[in-house]
Design a protein around this ligand. Structure first.
Ligand code: GLY
Length: 253
């Protein structure tokens, strides 16, 4: 069974990094309950959930996606763009070492996993406030021997590339056209997310399942019309920390 690596919500989440959002109070207990419901949804769609070491002193550490990118052949441990987040990678590397050969983004380059969208052998990486050109070059050099092609994509109006685009199925993406151009992804039909749900793009898919957040009912309806069994997850608290569904797990297939 594939594994989903997750991490407990830090009690310091109220001190999280914020880039495009204003700070709002976060209910920690509620965030913990919502994260547990998210983990249960991952179990329901077929993952074995494994918790990596807790890091209560690191506010954003529940957002494990930013610390690693896993391929069938290897894993890349990132160097997050926000300095406060860099210590998160140590425990992710310790967790992934048993599953994959590890490669590392080296200083002074920075890259967040939320900027990396893997579509088969095509890898799109957001050139964002968190991820820079040199890191994209390093990433490309690491994966090139395995046949992956890397394309850097400017991301200006939202935090990460995967804030702006979500994979639905082969040939189909859900995008926010205010944040990313459909021309970015040749060969893919890019459906525009409902205008009332700019963050609805950050969905998850596995087999006949689709996960989206309770804040995005139009997106949930659209996924249902595509034939998926939709699970909606209330992620209201972690959303205030500028996070989406994909941020909270790293998959090891
Ligand atoms: N709060 C999530 C991040 O800024 O990385």
């Amino acid at each position: 069974m594939p594994i989903a690596l997750t991490r407990a919500v830090s009690p310091a989440i109220i001190h999280c990094e914020l880039t495009h959002l204003q700070r709002e109070p976060i209910d920690y207990e509620r965030a913990v309950q919502q994260h547990a419901a998210y983990e249960n949804a991952l179990r329901k769609i077929g993952y074995t959930v494994k918790h990596i070491s807790e890091t209560p002193e690191l506010p954003d550490s529940v957002f494990v996606e930013d610390t690693a990118v896993v391929f069938p052949e290897l894993a890349i441990i990132t160097r997050p763009g926000a300095e406060s987040r860099r210590p998160e990678t140590e425990t992710m590397a310790a967790a992934l070492r048993q599953y994959r050969e590890l490669h590392f983004i080296e200083a002074p380059s920075t890259l967040d996993g939320g900027d990396v969208l893997v579509l088969g052998k095509e890898v799109y990486i957001g050139l964002s406030q968190r991820t820079n050109k040199e890191a994209i070059r390093q990433f490309a050099d690491i994966v090139k021997p395995y046949g992956y092609r890397v394309t850097g994509v400017p991301v200006i109006k939202c935090l990460h590339l995967k804030t702006a685009v979500g994979f639905v199925e082969e040939g189909l993406l859900l995008i926010n056209p205010d944040w990313i151009s459909p021309d970015t992804f040749p060969g893919y039909l890019c459906e525009a997310v409902h205008p009332e749900e700019p963050f609805g793009t950050n969905l998850m898919r596995r087999n006949h399942w689709a996960l989206c957040t309770a804040a995005h009912p139009h997106t949930a309806d659209w996924l249902a019309t595509k034939g998926y069994d939709v699970i909606t997850i209330d992620q209201s608290e972690l959303a205030k920390a500028e996070a989406g569904l994909t941020c909270c797990s790293v998959f090891v297939g």
